[in-house]
Design a protein around this ligand. Structure first.
Ligand code: BTN
Length: 252
């Protein structure tokens, strides 16, 4: 894997840190000051890494913790597809570097290998009058993390654990930025192409799952992911429900 970065925009400007609270926070501030699309903030370690639903994101050295500034010309309601795009980017990067690993997307924002989470995406947008001003796409990938303590050890994995080899972090970072750029511009051009790729890598299609939506838990068969990034679930009653990425999460 070459160490050159073959992108037009992504990663042309990089802010690198050894230890920060959260790369997402730094990127948000830079975007407010006008930083251009494709700017990356990266850190070796995060002390207050942020995960989805206000969860703490374990970010010791050995992982890839980066935030990407995007300035898509789109309405805020299309935002949810960007998390899926990020998860797809992690998955296709893993496929490119390790074709034998069976990586997939677990709706809405996880990259998984054999059911265990290897990476996740947290997008935060600044909107004005229903239009997106900028998006911070925060991406975390467990690249060379060797040990996870309980309860994370039951649900998380790393590329090193799966391949039993050290993974060159810079090479993986370049591969990820290349994949994200390819997917992002193709999505802005024609969002249906992205959907096809998401369906191809989705680890949930055709599976019976449980989804938690506030106090309610729904059980059903995953039929599809629709053009708005919603999970299409056929409930045991036969009724079809569409669930938006910000509405619920997979509980089993
Ligand atoms: C999730 O799956 O819950 C999302 C995890 C996102 C973690 C990344 S690491 C880089 C960026 N900075 C953060 O504080 N969070 C994201």
């Amino acid at each position: 894997m070459s160490l050159t970065l073959n992108t037009r925009v992504f990663g042309k400007k990089v802010y690198s840190y050894s230890k920060v609270e959260s790369t997402n926070e730094i990127a948000y501030r830079l975007a407010e000051q006008g930083a251009e699309e494709g700017t990356v903030v990266i850190a070796i370690e995060q002390t207050k890494g942020k995960g989805r639903a206000d969860h703490y994101w374990f970010s010791p050295s050995g992982g890839l913790w980066l935030s990407l500034i995007l300035r898509p010309l789109m309405v805020s309601s299309s935002m949810s597809q960007l998390s899926l795009l990020g998860a797809l980017g992690i998955t296709t990067s893993i496929k490119r570097m390790f074709p034998l690993l069976s990586s997939g997307i677990r709706w809405p924002n996880d990259a998984v290998i054999n059911g265990k989470k290897v990476g996740g995406v947290l997008c935060r947008a600044k909107n004005e009058q229903k239009k997106v001003v900028f998006v911070i796409m925060g991406i975390g990938v467990n690249v060379n993390i060797e040990e996870f303590s309980s309860p994370l050890c039951f649900t998380a994995t790393s590329l090193k654990r799966e391949t039993e080899c050290y993974v060159p972090e810079e090479a993986f970072q370049h591969c990820l930025l290349e994949e994200l750029e390819r997917l992002y511009f193709s999505f802005l051009d024609d969002s249906s192409a992205l959907l096809e790729e998401i369906r191809l890598f989705s680890s949930l299609l055709g599976k019976q799952i449980k989804v938690k939506i506030s106090q309610e838990e729904l059980t059903g068969l995953v039929q599809d992911i629709d053009e708005k990034g919603r999970l299409v679930l056929r409930l045991e009653s036969g009724i079809q429900r569409r669930i938006g990425p910000e509405e619920g999460y997979i509980s089993g």
